[in-house]
Design a protein around this ligand. Structure first.
Ligand SMILES: N[C@@H](CCC(=O)N[C@@H](CS)C(=O)NCC(=O)O)C(=O)O
Length: 218
């Protein structure tokens, strides 16, 4: 039975699932859901997930919601010989992966993701606070990646796939990743993974002025 991924153009959370399916070379059917058209509020879609959010993965009757849950499901179900690499089962590396999945769901979500939501979707949020959180998250990541190639273990894991999209998209929210050399190098490493699939980008977006990064005073 074909795997279906309910996904949306411009959605970084959906792209996490699309990208990982491509990296694992798992065939699937992409079912586009338009949030601007309200398709995520249709009775059919809400029957799949009361959250009304994309992405949703349906695999042989199993419905998996939430991008990070989908990444973990795919790693274990379809990772094959690399399953333990993408999502380790041993206590310490598993904890490290969870730590960076939480970073994606909290620090990245509340930083670059929210800054982008303000600029792209006009969400009525505190933009300055989102940018401040974004730069703090980037400082932490940059220092962490100065010591290592990948976020959680010595190999790429689902944590790298989870953190990648909204840092790729950071400039759409006015957040500049350029001053963060280690993060920039890590973004390129993700893009060099075999099977990497670039995110289809929203064309003709209005220019967003990058907020200059000011390093903390020593
Ligand atoms: N925790 C969820 C968040 C998913 C999410 O916020 N998806 C957005 C698109 S990127 C969405 O569906 N928004 C519509 C809504 O919340 O009504 C995940 O990681 O998948």
């Amino acid at each position: 039975m074909t795997i279906q991924l309910y996904t949306g153009f411009g959605s970084g959370n959906s792209y996490k699932a699309d990208l990982f399916l491509k990296l694992l070379a798992v065939p699937y059917e992409a079912v586009p859901i338009s949030i601007p058209k309200g398709e995520n509020r249709s009775p059919e879609f809400l029957a799949l997930t009361p959250f009304g959010q994309i992405p949703v993965l349906v695999d042989d009757g199993r419905v998996i919601t939430d991008s990070h849950a989908i990444l973990c499901y795919l790693a274990r179900a379809y990772g094959g010989v690399a399953a333990d690499q993408w999502l380790p089962v041993e206590a310490e590396p598993l904890a490290q992966v969870m730590r960076w999945l939480s970073f994606s769901a909290n620090e990245i979500q509340n930083g670059p993701t929210m800054a982008r939501a303000v600029k792209l979707l006009r969400w009525p949020l505190d933009y300055d606070l989102a940018v401040k959180k974004a730069y703090r998250a980037l400082e932490i990541m940059d220092a962490h990646l100065a010591q290592r190639d990948w976020l959680a273990t010595e190999n790429p894991t689902v944590a790298d796939i989870a953190c990648y999209p909204y840092l790729l998209l950071a400039a759409e929210g006015g957040v500049d990743t350029q001053p963060f050399a280690e993060v920039s190098a890590w973004l390129r490493r993700v893009e060099e993974l075999p099977g990497f699939w670039p995110m289809p980008r929203i064309p003709n977006l209005p220019d967003v002025t990058l907020v200059p990064y000011a390093p903390p005073e020593a």
